[in-house]
Design a binder for this molecule. Structure first.
Ligand code: NAG
Ligand code: NAG
Ligand code: NAG
Ligand code: NAG
Length: 937
């Protein structure tokens, strides 16, 4: 009778018999069931059908009936000897055996099939029907097992599955299918078998007991407590190698242990530790000391969005995150100001180079300020310190014999007898034949080029060019030191794969000596008497800017820059800058032999394109830093979108339509909607005070889910996976929206005491999640983060949630906490507004006039239609749409059943799909991903 094997069945029960013995049960059996639990239907039907005398006791879903199990397991049967059965199929079989009917081999086969093949599909179908309002789609998941059943039934010619009389197999299968088939008869379960069993009075009685005549509604609270079912293999969208922890909709199964741990953590309280920033920030003993740089922008190029995301914005997010982690961190950057380009610009504008630098340095500063880039110091390279440090490094290289004198060819303008800025010479790359290579570097293959090597050279201003020879200095002989250091740094630090790969290909080509001087005036003078007229070439000079800028910030700059034991250096940049930071600059520092801090973590982004083309100032294509604020879109929203499409691992594109979509679907409908609802409930239903929270299993499960997302966020952020980490923030608010949707606090608040308390718990948990989200958002959207914390009147200590280890989700707003004034965080980005912006920045007009330009730029104009369908979230709307989807689904099925004309069906299916899309949006889920833009290149 008693099956002592341990076998996984589909649901929450394991076939295992309690060995614990209890006395004084009087030879009575007792069956524990809960209302709305579909597994209880089986056992009650078995009791009714067999007529076995057994008292049934109704308990809550949470009741832990079986003493040695840490989780509830219902139904459960307490046997006369004090042991328990808690697999529903085992209980059914036991009932039949008590009534004198042994189960046959055939019976057992059906039970086995039910548990292993049918149940997983049914659970998923129930989840979809009861919780997701997707009843019309369940055939996808259960058609497979149903087909098997129908076929088997067609082969037997007895009224019941295993013979002339009803058996345990009939009862178990009927009871399993009943909840799915109950309101529709949607599926043809073949034969008369189902109707025959269904028509039995005993079965109908059992159904009435479990579902109370309330149908699916009655199962809701039970289903909410179940982990989301795993997607079965018949769902074609699921990759077959997905890990078992992934479940439907990306939702994760959490174990009971995680749930308990999350509930314990919740009550821990936050550490009060202050993380105040005091300048000058210097390395501290016992702290993680992080020096963070972002590539120095060249002063007279106004940065475009691609520059911003690649360098300063990424570095800013990481430094804000680092401060939340309690790291002792210094973030420096500044403008790179020397060079021919500045000299030329000065001539053009009739100013001195210094005036040009002053002017553009201010432009950069104001752009970064608008983007809320929180530098500890934003300096410039045209300082005394630069001269001092660059010359010192030069003399050390010289003294250590790493410099050699040689002669190089350089392009010179015939008219004005000036050398040309390499950057302004274009031609075909001698290595990869890319036609738009620049005289200093090829944007395609990343190799450094000598301008004279370009094939089919064109000078941008088309001045006659001659080649001149002149003397210069080159470093050499540092290969082996460099390689040794690289091995160590790349294996111990977080280098992005592109950084490693670009560096490797550089080393493979062999290090060639490079000229470190140029014949200009606007630069750091070369101190050597033989090179008096020359200045340092920008590649040698500019990275030294990191040191000199720090030196302008603090006299104790060497505590950061000559302290590799204590300091970790992060360099942020776009990939074209990699070789300077991984090969060229480290060579200077290694050769100087002065105990310099070298890069530990080299973080390089790929390229951000603009609507599938390149940003181009000269062609007027793209959004440049100074224009972003003119769009009227808040800086936080810009940051959000740029970080959402951060070219992490591959190139990505800025697209207006996509930005509007993300603005409306993710920010407004998902994140903003959740945070606003949570706060509004506190204001409206609880007079602005966080209500008492009495955590149920379901709430604890949510805490565990949120805690897990927080841990993923931290793991990714620690590895500078900024874009990936953002997705976990959005998933937390998705969980939160779903939680509110399922629990309907706005309804429960009108109910009795228990219901009101439930509304209180749900509200309290939600508003705490909102508080956590504000902290996780801080690196990405600093203003919004602050606004949320102001609205919630959150204690300062809430930002300490990530100080330790993997972070903890604790109750930061406890019962009685008074929130501030809650109001919506985001506004909708309207379609016509987006159209106007796209026209303004698309560069189309310019292109039209420049028909003769060598490289016509076509700016694709993706339809903005998808934007217009995005609606504000509201549960009323979602409900109407759910209804509409169900009705449209019925209509489609009816048409199919009538074998209507294909065109008619297709049209109705299209309507259905559209309704579903609208529903997804109304529910705050992101709609179908926008169609992938085809990649150039
Ligand atoms: C976030 O949720 C979505 C939809 O529920 C899912 O597809 C995705 O995999 C989840 N992402 C992460 C990073 O967990
Ligand atoms: C750097 O420091 C010098 C003097 O210490 C000061 O005159 C100069 O303005 C500073 N430059 C910047 C860019 O902060
Ligand atoms: C380099 O600096 C560290 C302090 O960070 C010091 O302990 C070490 O001795 C120095 N090494 C050399 C070679 O100067
Ligand atoms: C979308 O952009 C508009 C700019 O028109 C802005 O006002 C709004 O706040 C943005 N929406 C979201 C959700 O951030």
């Amino acid at each position: 009778v008693m099956d002592t094997r341990t076998r996984r069945t589909s649901s929450n029960s394991t076939v295992k018999v309690s060995r614990q013995s209890r006395s004084g049960i009087n030879g009575q059996m007792k069956l524990f069931v809960s209302e709305g639990n579909p597994h209880c239907l089986k056992v009650l039907a078995a009791v009714e059908v067999t007529g076995v005398h057994c008292e049934a006791q109704y308990v809550s879903h949470e009741e832990k009936v079986v003493p040695f199990l840490s989780r509830p397991a219902l139904p459960a049967l307490l046997l006369p000897n004090g042991q328990h059965l808690f697999s529903s199929n085992a209980i059914c079989r036991y009932m039949f055996e008590v009534s004198g009917v042994e189960s046959t081999e055939l019976c057992n086969q059906w039970l086995e099939w039910e548990a292993t093949d049918l149940q997983p599909a049914l659970l998923q179908a129930l989840h979809m029907t009861v919780l997701q309002g997707k009843g019309s789609e369940v055939s996808k998941v259960i058609q497979g097992p149903l087909n098997y059943l129908v076929q088997s039934l067609s082969k037997i010619n007895t009224p019941y599955l295993t013979g002339e009389a009803v058996s345990v197999a009939d009862v178990v299968l009927w009871a399993a299918l009943y909840p799915i088939l109950l309101d529709s008869g949607r599926f043809d379960v073949g034969d008369l078998w189902f109707d025959r069993v269904n028509g039995m009075h005993a079965c109908q009685t059992a159904a009435q007991k479990v579902l109370q005549g309330k149908g699916h509604e009655c199962m809701k609270s039970y289903m909410q407590r179940q982990p989301a079912p795993q997607i079965s293999q018949c769902r074609d969208m699921q990759p077959s190698n997905s890990t078992p922890a992934e479940a439907d909709e990306g939702e994760r199964l959490v174990s009971e242990e995680e749930i308990e741990a999350a509930a314990l953590t919740w009550n821990k309280g936050l550490s009060p530790q202050a993380t105040e920033r005091k300048h000058p920030i210097l390395p501290q003993e016992g702290k993680r000391n992080i020096l963070l740089t972002s590539a120095l922008p060249y002063v007279n190029n106004v940065p475009h969005l691609g520059n911003i995301i690649g360098c300063v914005l990424s570095a800013d997010v990481f430094s804000r995150y680092g401060r939340l982690r309690g790291w002792n961190l210094l973030f420096v950057c500044g403008t790179d100001e020397y060079g021919t380009a500045t000299e030329n610009k000065a001539r053009e504008e009739g100013l001195t180079p210094q005036q040009i630098c002053d002017k553009y340095h201010a432009v950069h500063s104001s752009i970064y300020k608008w983007f809320q880039i929180d530098f500890d110091f934003f300096g410039r390279t045209t300082t005394e310190k630069q001269t001092e440090i660059a010359q010192d490094i030069f003399w050390r290289l010289h003294k250590n014999d790493f410099l050699v004198e040689d002669t190089v060819e350089q392009l010179c303008c015939e008219n004005c007898k000036r050398f040309l800025a390499d950057r302004f010479v274009e031609g075909i790359c001698p290595h990869c034949s890319y036609p738009e290579a620049r005289g200093d570097q090829c944007d395609k293959c990343g190799r450094l080029i000598n301008a004279v090597e370009l094939k089919a050279r064109q000078v941008m201003e088309l001045i006659p060019v001659v080649i001149l020879l002149h003397n210069s200095l080159f470093p050499f002989g540092l290969e082996s030191q460099l390689e040794q250091w690289l091995d160590k740094s790349t294996s111990g630090g977080d280098w992005t794969p592109n950084a490693k790969q670009i560096t490797r290909s550089w080393l493979r080509d062999g290090l060639k000596p490079r000229c470190i001087t140029r014949d200009l005036h606007w630069g750091t003078p070369v101190p050597h008497p033989d090179f008096k007229e020359k200045v340092f070439y920008v590649w040698f000079d500019a990275p030294i800017g990191y040191l000199s800028i720090t030196a302008n910030y603090t006299d104790k700059w060497e505590k950061w820059w000559k302290n590799p034991q204590q300091v970790e250096l992060y360099n942020f940049m776009a990939k074209d800058n990699v070789p300077f930071h991984s090969v060229v600059f480290p060579c200077s520092l290694l050769g100087a032999q002065d105990n310099y801090t070298l890069v530990n973590h080299l973080v390089a982004t790929e390229y951000l394109n603009y609507e599938d083309t390149k940003f181009s100032k000269s062609r007027g294509v793209g959004v440049f830093g100074d224009m972003a604020k003119d769009t009227g879109i808040p800086s936080d929203v810009w940051r959000f979108y740029l970080l959402y499409v951060r070219p992490e691992g591959q190139d990505s594109a800025f697209s207006w339509a996509d930005m509007a979509m993300k603005n409306n679907s993710e920010l407004l409908n998902n994140l903003g909607n959740f945070i606003n609802r949570a706060g509004m409930f506190v204001m409206k239903f609880f007079e602005g005070c966080v209500p008492v929270m009495d955590l149920q299993h379901e709430d604890k499960r949510l805490l565990a889910l949120v805690g897990w997302e927080l841990q993923q966020y931290i793991q990714l952020m620690d590895k500078v996976k900024i874009r990936d980490a953002l997705k976990h923030i959005l998933n937390i608010s998705r969980h939160g929206n779903q939680y509110i949707q399922v629990n309907e606090p706005w309804k429960k608040i009108k109910g009795g005491d228990t219901e009101r308390q439930r509304a209180g718990t749900v509200t309290g948990v939600s508003v705490n999640i909102a508080c956590l989200l504000s902290v996780m958002l801080l690196p990405y959207m600093p203003t919004v983060s602050q606004t949320i914390r102001d609205q919630l009147n959150a204690p300062q200590s809430c930002i300490n949630t990530m100080l330790q280890g993997t972070g903890t989700f604790v109750c930061a707003l406890s019962a009685g906490h008074r929130v501030g004034t809650v109001s919506p965080l985001f506004q909708k980005l309207e379609a016509d507004q987006i159209e106007a912006l796209k026209k303004k920045f698309g560069g189309q007009q310019k292109t039209a006039q420049n028909a003769a330009s060598a490289q016509p730029v076509t700016v694709p104009v993706p339809a903005a239609a998808e934007v217009t369908t995005v609606n504000g979230v509201d549960s009323e709307k979602a409900k109407q749409l759910t209804q509409a989807v169900a009705e449209q689904g019925d209509k489609v099925r009816a048409l199919k059943a009538q074998k209507a004309e294909k065109a008619v069906i297709t049209a109705e299916v299209a309507k259905l799909l559209d309704l579903k899309k609208q529903l997804a949006v109304a529910e705050g889920k992101s709609p179908e991903p926008a169609p992938q833009k085809s990649k150039k290149k």
